[in-house]
Design a protein around this ligand. Structure first.
Ligand SMILES: Nc1ncnc2c1ncn2[C@@H]1O[C@H](COP(=O)(O)OP(=O)(O)OP(=O)(O)O)[C@@H](O)[C@H]1O
Ligand SMILES: [Mg+2]
Length: 133
């Protein structure tokens, strides 16, 4: 797995959020440090295709992610700084909702939800409201 960022530039109006930024990510753990407004979130939003590309390329194993589309989305996950939880959903309902957004079948989703809640020791809370956890 190789994620290669080449010469990304991104402007928001007159603000240049990224200026000719290049980087290669290979398997491992990376920390991205920078002052407020340095462009960290913009980089992540471009990698996840949440903001429109302006200039540059993002290659996943050699192919631009914009060409890979759904195939790339299967391989990448993103937990944003600000979480969008629905506090009145139960833990199961919230995870079912997320699974349906991801296109999982209900049966597969329920199996994975059970497996994951077991791993993180939250299985006994599956019917509690997210806002109460
Ligand atoms: N949607 C947007 N519209 C206008 N300006 C934006 C937008 N997103 C980011 N910017 C601007 O682009 C620059 C980079 O912002 P970005 O959010 O990428 O920085 P950051 O490194 O994630 O900062 P922080 O440490 O505060 O999270 C900032 O000047 C910011 O105000
Ligand atoms: Mg940020």
């Amino acid at each position: 797995m190789k994620l290669e960022i080449r010469n990304l530039t991104k402007d928001f109006g007159t603000v240049r959020a990224l200026n000719d930024f290049s980087m290669v990510f290979e398997p491992g753990i990376y920390g991205i440090l920078g002052a407020n407004g340095a462009g960290k979130s913009t980089m992540i939003n471009l990698i996840t295709d949440n903001v429109a590309r302006q200039e540059g390329e993002i290659l996943y194993d050699g192919t631009d992610i914009l060409k890979l589309g759904a195939k790339f989305r299967k391989d990448i996950g993103y937990m944003p700084q600000q979480q969008g939880f629905y506090e009145d959903f139960s833990a199961r309902a919230f995870l079912q909702y997320m699974a349906s957004v991801k296109g999982l079948k209900r049966k597969d989703a329920n199996r994975q939800i059970d497996e994951l809640l077991e791993i993180v020791n939250l299985k006994q809370h599956v019917n509690k409201k997210v806002g109460g956890l």
